[in-house]
Ligand binder design. Structure first.
Ligand code: FES
Length: 69
């Protein structure tokens, strides 16, 4: 389970791997999808409880990126 009510870069989104929101954003900006982020940072490779939160965040980042470009 992730901590709620925070958009800070140091918010841990994956408790199993300690992957933060900021780390996920950086990896997304490098072109990684959830599978690559999982391989690179270990997110979603433990209990899997963070998967939907991370997918939702990646969708939000994608929407933001599409609005800008
Ligand atoms: S919280 Fe991410 S794999 Fe367990």
């Amino acid at each position: 389970m992730t901590k709620t009510n925070s958009n800070h870069a140091d918010e841990i989104m994956c408790e199993c791997s300690g992957t933060t929101r900021g780390k996920i954003q950086i990896l997304f900006e490098q072109g990684m999808d959830i599978d690559a982020i999982s391989r690179w940072a270990g997110a979603v490779s433990g209990c899997g409880g963070c998967e939907w939160d991370i997918v939702d965040y990646l969708n939000t980042l994608t929407e933001r990126k599409n609005k800008i470009t």
